[in-house]
Design a protein around this ligand. Structure first.
Ligand SMILES: [Zn+2]
Length: 220
């Protein structure tokens, strides 16, 4: 028999935590899992960072069944990412979500790494997309002297650009063209305060989009 190390203790803790979760849920509602098993119709798709400190349900005080979730490093919307596109397509066209929210967070390791000149390996190819956001907003970012503030602003700009990336997908534009009720939003979460900042870039049509990205005129 192996001696338990810290890793196996934390692993075992998860299974014990699951038992507690089940017991607590059943205490409140004996039909809790039976109801959840019938299906899902979440009104929201969340595209967030994989960071362990930014769990969609906990920070929005929502429960299982309320948010459809996709997470990756630095909450990116990359137009060749089949994983993200599949989640988006299913959320919009099958689940008929009403809101898609890109949620970044201050202190994002992916954004900090992208701002550096260090080589991290395979992930550099992913982080390149954040460097592209930096390039698009270089004038504004270079003018910010405080490094922390510059990182914070790139986190915000990265969310805004990824909201625009979502709007540019055929999935979102076709939903709008078909008159589907769909809004796209950008948020930034502060791990230090727990507060979400709305970047106020909510979009419900492609009216303001550069024409080269439009697949159809805005819905009437
Ligand atoms: Zn992050």
């Amino acid at each position: 028999m192996c001696a338990q190390n810290d890793n196996s203790i934390s692993y075992q803790k998860l299974l014990e935590g699951n038992q507690k979760f089940v017991a607590d849920a059943l205490k409140i509602d004996p039909d809790y899992f039976a109801k959840l098993a019938k299906g899902q119709s979440p009104p929201v798709l969340w595209i967030g960072c994989a960071d362990s400190r930014v769990p969609a349900n906990q920070i929005t005080n929502t429960k299982p069944g309320e948010i459809f979730v996709h997470r990756n490093i630095a909450n990116m919307v990359i137009h060749t990412d089949m994983n993200m596109l599949s989640v988006l397509d299913y959320a919009v066209n099958v689940l008929k979500v009403k809101h898609v929210i890109v949620t970044g967070h201050y202190g994002c390791g992916g954004v900090i790494a992208a701002m550096s000149n260090k080589e991290f390996g395979l992930i550099d190819n992913w982080l390149r997309h954040i460097k592209d956001v930096y390039r698009l907003h270089a004038d504004e970012l270079v003018a910010i002297e405080d490094e922390q503030e510059r990182v914070d602003r790139l986190v915000e700009l990265n969310v805004i650009e990824n909201v625009y990336n979502l709007c540019k997908t055929t999935i979102v534009q076709n939903a709008w063209a078909n008159g589907q009720d769909l809004s796209v939003h950008g948020w930034v979460y502060s791990i230090e305060t727990g507060i979400i900042k709305d970047m106020e870039v909510s979009t419900t049509d492609n009216g303001k989009m550069e024409s080269v990205f439009r697949f159809s005129p805005p819905a009437p």
